[in-house]
Design a protein around this ligand. Structure first.
Ligand code: NAD
Length: 500
């Protein structure tokens, strides 16, 4: 029997009433395993109303109450790592170890939220004028919404809601309709940890649900992670509706390899970062830029390693790479490889047409490696979001930096070198939000913030870390005077207040 995934509103499962359902497919078998309810605007309104009601008390709750619940949630999450990873693999397709890694990175943000009392410490200046003190505090916004992509169905929601609710907000999540089960399991664990009803809600669906969140007058802020065109749309629409918004978009992450680099380490890193999670990571390396004469040797080292990757179902412990999310996406990824030669690329490995015995209907594609890719090729210009690595050749460091800075995306980038001076220059000259030095996927730890530049992020705030706390709170400054009985009597003074 097909499983049904319903909404989570006001602390309980709420069956979808819109009559609209979407299919959820196991990417390894190609079988539809689940139906997910798509919310109508009324159902989104019900979730926002539950969150608004809950904010009345949650917004006033003590930091100790909030953190004690978050500590319990952390323990439950830790206990249920495997189960959540299995849900992710069943709907996303990534291998179990990768899904466990995603849960671990989400847990880091819960760790951070458990220490929210430290982050929310205010500022106090005493005696700024005679018997006048100034305090700066930060307060929650109210109901905030999160809209998340398919590729990290547990981690990306956890980039958002732990800090949002720790700051005293209530939350409505609209997860990806392609792999919705992990988000509902997180909601159940939050309830088990003692989170009051309505503080965390999940509505599933498509554009109808998203658009209602973007226009709802009671939603004060929107966090979005997904592709660039939708991120741009979310930022424009939510901003026009007066909301605070952070919208993280797509990427084309470059890895610059200088001639002095350890080429074995660079090849290991390129293969891990390009083909891990079948390239469906916003921090995947999709373009290697080889400087000088090392190109042939580097491509050969990448090819040797890439050919050995074991592709298979995510729940097989011997698999290193799983299938793609949908057959449509698989075909789109394949089209870039099919067109590559005509666009001037040298096709070193062609992974199209790949299949796995016993799983012939799965969304499989093998490893593709394109060399001498011109910047005019679609395979270079677009975010492919699949296991296709482009290698570009340049003569100098300066040419490499200019090429990378010419990309409209600016999520992450990396340099591989033994030259500290060149690495330092790169850190300062490169136009991207996250930079790795001999580190291919420079995803910051939870207590730093994550986010790109240019078309990889719309809005002022990166996500989680201090930027996260800042995004989910607003500042208030309180100036107070407590006169002493011995003070001279006050009088009317129409002058602008001076401090003395
Ligand atoms: P997507 O943009 O298609 O979908 C993201 C969310 O937006 C989903 O919840 C989806 O239901 C919703 N959505 C889709 N189309 C919409 C529309 N027309 N109107 C309103 N809402 C809409 O992204 P995806 O395919 O789920 O995820 C992959 C993308 O996410 C890639 O581009 C990847 O780079 C990006 N991503 C970025 C980061 C980052 O930190 N920058 C992290 C993870 C993923």
């Amino acid at each position: 029997m097909t499983k049904i995934v319903n909404h989570w509103i006001g602390g309980k499962t709420v069956e979808g009433t819109s009559g609209n359902f979407g299919p959820v497919t196991d990417p390894a078998t190609g079988q539809v395993t689940t139906k997910v309810a798509y919310a109508s605007t009324d159902e989104v309104d019900a979730a926002v109303a539950a969150a608004k009601d809950a904010f009345v008390t949650w917004g006033q709750s003590s930091l100790a109450q909030r953190t004690s619940i978050l500590f319990k949630f952390r323990a439950l999450l830790d206990q249920h790592r495997d189960e959540i990873a299995e849900l992710i693999t069943a709907e996303h397709g990534k291998v179990h170890s990768d899904a466990l890694g995603e849960v671990a990175r989400g847990l880091e943000i819960v760790d951070l939220a458990c220490g929210i009392n430290v982050q929310l410490k205010g500022e106090l200046s005493t005696q700024v004028a005679t018997r006048v003190d100034v305090a700066a505090i930060r307060q929650p916004l109210g109901v905030v919404a999160g809209i998340t992509p398919f590729n990290f169905p547990a981690m990306v929601p956890m980039w958002m809601f732990p800090l949002a609710i720790a700051c005293g907000n209530t939350f409505v999540l609209k997860p990806s309709e392609k792999d919705p089960s992990a988000s509902v399991r997180l909601a159940e664990l939050l309830a088990e940890a003692g989170l009051p009803d309505g503080v965390f809600n999940v509505v599933h669906g498509d554009k109808v649900a998203v658009d209602r969140l973007l226009e709802h007058p009671d939603v004060k802020a929107v966090s979005f992670v997904g592709s660039t065109p939708i991120a741009r749309y979310i930022h424009t629409t939510a901003s026009a509706n007066g909301k605070r918004v952070q919208a993280l978009g797509g990427a084309k992450n470059h890895m610059l390899v200088l001639p002095d680099a350890d080429l074995d380490a660079a090849a290991d890193a390129a293969v891990s970062a390009a083909y891990g999670s079948a390239g469906e990571r916003c921090m995947a390396i999709s373009a290697v830029v080889a400087v000088g004469s090392i190109g042939d040797e580097l491509v050969e080292k990448i090819r040797e390693r890439a050919e050995k990757i074991k592709i298979g179902p995510g729940n097989d412990p011997t698999s290193e790479m799983g299938p793609l999310i949908t057959a449509t996406h698989r075909d789109k990824v394949a089209s870039y490889v099919h067109n590559a030669a005509a666009e001037g690329c040298e096709v070193v490995l062609d992974g199209t047409g790949y299949t796995v015995e016993g799983y012939e209907n799965g969304h499989w594609i093998g490893i593709s490696l394109l060399d001498k890719v011109p910047t005019t090729a679609k395979a270079y210009q677009d975010e492919i979001f699949g296991p296709v690595l482009c290698v570009l050749r340049v003569d100098t460091y300066e040419e490499g930096v200019a090429l990378i800075n010419g990309s409209p995306f600016g999520n992450g980038t990396a340099i591989f070198t033994r030259d500290g001076g060149a690495a330092r220059r790169f850190q300062l000259e490169i136009e991207a939000g996250m930079v790795g030095v001999n580190v291919p996927i420079p995803v910051p730890v939870g207590y730093h913030s994550f986010g790109g530049w240019k078309d990889s992020l719309f809005g002022d705030h990166h996500i989680y870390g201090n930027d996260g706390t800042h995004f989910y709170t607003r500042g208030k400054v309180i100036t107070s005077r407590w006169p002493d009985p011995a003070d001279a009597p006050s009088g009317v003074d129409l002058g602008f207040p001076r401090n003395h």
